[in-house]
Ligand binder design. Sequence first.
Ligand code: BGC
Length: 268
Amino acid sequence: MSDPNGLLAGQTAIVTGASSGIGAGCAVALAEAGAAVLVNYHSDKEGADAVVAKCEAAGGRALAFQADVASEDDIAGMFAAAVEAFGAVDILVSNAGMQMDASFTDLTKADWDRVIAVNLTGAFLAMQAAVRQFRAQGMRTSRALGKIIVMSSVHDVIPWAGHANYAASKGGLSMLMKTAAQELGQEKIRVNAVSPGAIATAINKEVWSDPAQAEALKKLIPYGRIGDAKDIAEAVVYLASDAADYVTGSTLVVDGGMELYPEFRDNG
Ligand code: BGC
């Protein structure tokens, strides 16, 4: 249930790419922690409406809103809608992301451009709009002027053959996050990243739904299980809350140990 005394009571969040997967999990967890949530979606209205219903079932307020994060106009409309519905924006979870995989020389410029546009430029545009909104509304209920969490990936440090556009976007996102944190800290704006490992969502369904591939994937995870959206959502709620008031410019890696070079357990 949405907790009136919860970590995020009285606050408002925008979650991009929240109609399914990690974004949907984050939206529901933020609502459970007491925040009003704008559930952004690109094309899956039904999915977004279902997430809104879950936020409301948790006792929270929520609103589905269509926007392409790669469009500056759409981003402006989304922030205006959140302010109109909830009065302010305290938390941005820049989560929208996609994969368009191909081997290095088969990767088309169109697929390179689209992944960079959504995963990296989309995050930049949403972060910029969030900072402007934080400044305009001034200090509210939290110790920070505003909180931004970007959804990165273990592939902001682990190179990934066949996914050059995706890995480049996440590496760029990591530096974008740190640079924004350095620049905005003195205004009491906190900017952090969560780096999920293998989380069972639509983006990697082909892998986890096939028993042989799922077993091979688990060999890359010391903790021995594929993650779920809730694993990531808990980390996001923490970073959005005053419990993390002294945390900025950090990447919280939530990957069951995927970044620990598991192939070196019995090698090297
Ligand atoms: C990707 C998933 C992949 C995981 C671990 C994520 O960033 O989107 O497809 O399973 O990284 O490799």
